[in-house]
Design a protein around this ligand. Structure first.
Ligand SMILES: [Zn+2]
Length: 268
């Protein structure tokens, strides 16, 4: 992605961060100081945001490593202020593969939330009375537990092409085929996008960006699936092609369907 800088590499996958990520950190510091939080809370808040994005990165690796089990590579992972982008080489045609790849990301956050909860119990760290104000290590710890649970719930919304929407599409596709499943999942995704716009007014403006992503990316992937499943060539060419095949001649090249471009985009 343009404007991204390489952070490093893990499991053979390059990890990048977009320059706009700096704006997020700047925003966190400014709003904390403007709210009278002081430099200690501002510093803790930056540590918290970085820790959250480490969890987002692990979520992305969850998708990528399960995809690799199915022979699907990952171009790279990029961190943006609204979440992570894992560019898979393709989206699997087999619904069960898509199901497990989609579930793997949120599953990582479930494991992180469980591990941190266990750590809080074992270390005897009590929930801070300050809630999510980053005044202490305990606030960071409990903030991370809370955020990982929110990441699981939010990503599992049936808003195709978010993770929950992919799970829905995969489950529908097992019974009814990919095209019909994608039509249904994309329609439900658009309803979710409208609900997110309402949520944006009442909760956080980030939901506006999520709504746009769900609407645009969902429609683009639906279109790609439609094209892939559309009948190709004119009937005469098809008859000619079959005739060649029946008579053992070399068939005229049949347009290879383009694979659906793989792009798992996370919006947190
Ligand atoms: Zn995900």
């Amino acid at each position: 992605m343009r404007g991204s800088y390489r952070l490093g590499q893990a499991f053979g996958i390059g990890v990048f961060v977009h320059w706009s990520f700096a704006l997020l950190l700047g925003y966190v510091v400014m709003t904390t100081l403007a709210g009278g939080g002081g430099w200690v809370i501002a510093f803790n808040s930056v540590v918290f945001v970085l820790a959250v994005f480490a969890c987002v990165l692990l979520h992305e690796f969850g998708h990528c490593l399960v995809a690799r089990r199915y022979g699907i590579g990952t171009h790279d992972i990029t961190l943006l202020p609204i979440g992570g982008v894992a560019r898979l080489e393709r989206i699997p045609e087999e619904p069960r593969q898509e199901l497990w790849i989609a579930l793997a990301g949120p599953a990582v956050n479930v494991v992180i939330a469980a591990a941190l909860s266990l750590a809080a119990v074992v270390l005897g760290v009590a929930a801070p009375p300050t809630g999510l104000v980053m005044m202490s290590d305990a606030a960071i710890l409990y903030g991370l537990i809370y955020t990982n649970i929110v990441l699981v719930l939010f990503n599992m919304l049936p808003a195709f092409p978010m993770d929950g929407g992919r799970v829905l599409r995969a489950l529908l596709a097992i019974r009814g085929g990919t095209l019909a499943a994608t039509e249904t999942a994309a329609s439900i995704g658009k309803v979710m996008a409208v609900l997110m716009v309402f949520g944006g007014f009442f909760w956080t403006p980030f939901l506006f960006l999520t709504a746009i992503f769900v609407f645009v990316a969902g429609q683009a992937e639906l279109q790609a699936v439609r094209e892939r499943h559309a009948p190709r060539g004119n009937p005469f060419e098809e008859i000619l092609r079959q005739a060649f095949e029946v008579h053992g001649g070399s068939a005229p090249p049949k347009g290879e369907p383009k694979p659906v471009r793989g792009r798992v985009i996370e919006v947190k």
